[in-house]
Design a protein around this ligand. Structure first.
Ligand code: PA5
Length: 421
């Protein structure tokens, strides 16, 4: 098994002598019995194969079916992915992380907005005759992807003799509107495994088809996640993350910021935000996730993180080595000569370290997650690290990680207001 490409450093948190003046007590190993029991319970569940988001990674059939479907779509120049929430953010994350201009297929994302301007913007970028629309919805009935599908179906009908050829549905193979619609019109489908909820579905056909269309090695992605989940040592990294978040929560720190120092991980911060919010925010409990992007937000939110109300902990994420890099040479601006010989990989990481240090010096809880190099394998590991951490954390908080009643009630009300029976 390959060595993990991730390392989590929480010494900023545990060794910070200044923390005491901001939160009620020093960070101590609170309720260690409860923590131990929570971790043991999840470990037992993993051992008896209770989590389908892990188990499906062991089945090659999902990768194969995605590859087979993709073979039939290769005629297309554009893929428009139509999904929302868990049916959207994972695919976006992978495509953003490994975007290459040379890709044969341009992958765009629609379905997470019903703003008509969003529709126009997509139409401006594609030629429908050369486009495949990948409608991703496990339930098949979510308003945003459903209405977006209906719209693009009508557009495709205007220009294509066989409109159904322009669509693929990634949906439940058991029930739902899309399943029925596929049967009526002979649309290609890919399954969303029944036991995997939206925000845990990134490494199923939900995220894998957009990833493959964007030229990503999907086998490597899945292997990274599977190896992380099946290795006791790497699972300890997820436990460490969950435990530090829980200890902080007990001390009144109820906001968790992820600050990523990589343009390749901006969508990852959004994916994390959804996973954390929908899985943990219920029963009057939870840790509010915030996304921040370095260096941009050093000139924005960091003022608050350094000196504002001490509400949050901050997890920095940096990539140690990049294949793409530029060095500043032959500088002819006298005031900038101190930068001579520096490369941007070093600069961005110094910015991450220095910003973390400045927040640490103010006595705020911070931690650093380092990625050796951002490969598909490493991204797979990152997905699994946070999926596992949220499951441990939910057990510690005594909430159900896998439901989202607050989202469902909103969906029902919107549909009622739009006249759905
Ligand atoms: O994580 C979740 O379960 C949600 O965010 C869903 O993914 C989101 O509501 C979309 O649901 P569906 O795939 O059924 O359209």
């Amino acid at each position: 098994m390959k060595n993990t490409l991730l390392s989590l450093d929480t010494k900023y948190l545990y060794e910070n002598k200044n923390l005491g003046h901001l939160i009620a007590n020093e960070i101590v190993k609170v309720e260690s019995n409860h923590l131990r029991k929570s971790i043991d319970k999840i470990e037992e569940n993993i051992a008896v194969a209770q989590y389908d988001f892990i188990e499906v990674l062991k089945e090659d059939s999902y990768i194969k079916s995605v590859q087979n479907v993709y073979e039939n779509l290769k005629w297309a120049e554009y893929m428009v992915v139509i999904g929302i929430g868990g049916s959207d953010l994972g695919g976006r994350t992978i495509v953003e992380a490994f975007y290459k201009k040379s890709n044969q297929m341009k992958v765009l994302f629609a379905g997470d907005s019903t703003d008509p301007v969003a529709f126009q913007r997509i139409l401006d970028q594609i030629d429908i005759k050369k486009t495949v629309f990948n409608v991703v919805s496990k339930s098949g009935g979510t308003l945003e992807p459903l209405s977006t599908y209906v719209f693009y179906k009508s557009q495709a009908k205007k220009v294509a003799s066989n409109w159904a050829k322009h669509f693929v549905f990634t949906t439940s193979s058991v029930k739902g509107i899309l399943k029925d619609e596929a049967g009526r019109h002979n649309v290609i489908t890919l399954p969303v495994p029944e036991g995997v909820g939206g925000r845990f579905s990134v490494l199923t056909p939900v995220g894998l088809l957009p990833a493959l269309a964007a030229g990503v090695d999907i086998k490597d992605l899945v292997t990274g996640a599977l190896n992380f989940a099946t290795n006791v040592e790497t699972r300890k990294v997820a436990q460490k993350l969950a435990r530090s978040q829980y200890e902080l929560y007990q001390q009144g720190v109820k906001v968790s910021v992820m600050m990523t120092y990589s343009v390749q991980l901006q969508e990852f911060a959004r994916w994390f935000r959804q996973l954390w919010a929908e899985s943990l925010g219920k029963d009057g409990k939870g840790i509010l996730p915030i996304k921040a992007w370095g260096p941009a937000d050093q000139h924005s939110q960091v003022q608050f993180y350094n000196q504002g109300s001490p509400l949050q902990s901050i997890l920095f994420v940096k990539i140690k080595n990049r294949k793409t890099n530029f060095t500043l040479k032959g500088i002819d601006v006298p005031e900038a000569e101190y930068l001579e010989g520096n490369d941007f990989n070093t600069i961005v990481n110094i910015e991450a370290d220095a910003t973390a240090q400045s927040i640490y010096d103010e006595g705020r809880p911070t931690a650093m997650l380092s990625v050796e190099e951002l490969t598909p394998y490493a991204l797979g590991e990152l997905f699994m690290l946070f999926e596992l951490a949220v499951v441990y954390l939910a057990e510690m908080l005594e909430v159900n990680a896998f439901d989202q009643p607050g989202v469902e009630s909103g969906k029902i009300l919107i549909n009622q207001k739009l006249g759905k029976n």
